[in-house]
Design a protein around this ligand. Structure first.
Ligand code: FAD
Length: 410
């Protein structure tokens, strides 16, 4: 038996011995976390199996094929836990990895500020040492899911007297505490995914620092690389199996997806274009047909590029700036799809009521698509990354890069 077949057999055997659809989701997740199959590529002592990337993919696909609930979705599993595994102290891993894998705690990402988005290193929220704690003051914005999160991954300035990238540190911040005020924002598509988060002398235990003081920029870059790969990937489909564990998993998934339920529309819904053209009697229209063909070409090439990237990673190769290419492709496809939907629906595409085209989904597409070009780094920033890291062009000039942050005009 080769290695892949052996891993598949191990997963199948473990599921056969442990899966009971009537278990509570919490109990099932505990079993899964302790078995190491929840995240097979992670270290064995942290809910993983220490498998190399290619075998971890095989194990994960076998678990999905077994139709059992996996680890929870969201920022915790996809961004925070990988960052804690790489940079966190043993104490932080002990406190946060297992509860994140079992879904006991939820996370949000506290990076962007009113004056620091693309230029994230210009952030001014400050953490100051006070005895054996840190005190945090400042403001974050666009913090998805902060209203329901238990903890946040925070970037804060800990030194104003060194150049901007060197004075930032990363922390775990408990969201439900005195000094942290979360205020939801309403978007132009009517949803409330984002929040402003205000810090007014919020206290953090010294041990909540991730990595070294001043090492926050490395943590930020790692987090953003994970985020770009996610933005380019496709959401998992919903399962249809029965039993208590699945019922609870689906409830959890619906709640976790609440802030993101417009994300399919954010991606432009290329899947709806051909059926909408047929419904509107425009599937024989030569201009619409050309637009649909171009969109399909772009969608399929992006899918193949994503598959090449996944294979490279599974084979243990560094995908480099491929996340930026995938993210840029997602933005372009979303915009193209919105244009085709607009051509098909005409002015009625602007109607948002349930009796509007596609129950108002077209209108939601038109006002949600701009979000994909902004989240996780704008299109212009992806162009810069590709220019510098793939094409080897000279670095973008930044006059504020080498001076103490305190002296940078704001
Ligand atoms: C759906 C969504 C979810 C998000 N979730 C979170 C979250 O959970 N946590 C969080 O911290 N943030 C989150 N954000 C915020 C996001 O990271 C920022 O909006 C993004 O980094 C851009 O920053 P900004 O909005 O300040 O725009 P700015 O940086 O002010 O950019 C304004 C315009 O200027 C352009 N620009 C800026 N600098 C350059 C340059 N050097 N070269 C060329 N053009 C440039 C930009 O491309 C853009 O067009 C989210 C955003 C969206 C849309």
């Amino acid at each position: 038996m080769n290695e892949q077949a052996a891993v598949r057999a191990q997963v199948r055997r473990w599921v056969a011995e442990n899966w009971d659809p009537e278990l509570s989701l919490a109990r099932w997740r505990e079993l899964l976390a302790d078995s190491g199959w929840a995240c097979p590529g992670w270290p064995a002592q942290w809910c993983g199996h220490s498998l190399p990337a290619d075998l971890a993919v095989v194990a994960a696909s076998e678990l999905a094929a077994a139709e059992v609930p996996g680890a929870p979705e969201g920022v915790g599993m996809s961004l925070v836990a990988p960052v804690l595994l790489e940079y966190g102290s043993e104490e932080l891993k002990r406190r946060f990895i297992r509860p994140t894998v079992t879904g006991v705690i939820m996370w949000c990402q506290l990076f962007s500020e009113p004056g620091a988005g693309s230029d994230l290193a210009g952030l001014t929220t400050t953490a100051r040492v006070d005895g054996d704690i840190w005190r945090v003051n400042g403001q974050k914005v666009w913090s998805t899911g902060a209203a329901t999160a238990d903890y946040g991954l925070l970037l804060a300035r800990t030194d104003w007297d060194v150049p901007k990238h060197r004075g930032i540190s990363a922390f775990v911040v408990p969201m439900r505490q005195t000094g942290v005020d979360v205020r939801p924002l309403r978007q132009m598509n009517g949803h409330r995914s984002f929040n402003e988060v205000f810090f007014d002398d919020a206290e953090l235990p010294g041990g909540n620092l991730i990595g070294e003081v001043g090492g926050g920029w490395t943590v930020a870059i790692t987090t953003l690389a994970h985020e770009r790969r996610l933005a380019a990937s496709r959401p998992a489909t919903a399962p249809h199996a029965g039993g208590r564990a699945w019922r609870e998993a689906i409830e959890e998934r619906v709640a976790a997806r609440e802030p993101h339920k417009w994300y399919p529309q954010r991606a432009g819904r290329p899947d709806l274009v051909a059926p909408r053209a047929a419904e509107a009697g425009l599937d024989a229209d030569p201009v619409i047909r050309q637009q649909i063909a171009r969109l399909t070409e772009a969608t399929m090439s992006a899918r193949w590029t994503a598959q090449r990237r996944a294979s490279a990673m599974a084979a243990g190769r560094n995908p480099g700036a491929a996340g930026s290419i995938g993210k840029l492709a997602s933005s372009e496809i979303a915009r193209q799809a919105a244009r085709v939907h607009g051509s098909i629906a005409g002015a009625s595409g602007m109607l948002a009521s349930p009796d509007a085209p596609a129950d108002g989904v077209i209108a939601e597409i038109l006002v949600s698509v701009p979000g994909i070009s902004i989240a996780g780094g704008t299109d212009e920033i992806q162009h810069t990354i590709i220019g510098e890291r793939i094409l080897g062009l000279p670095k973008e000039p930044d006059a504020s890069k080498d001076v103490p942050f305190r002296e940078v005009p704001r």
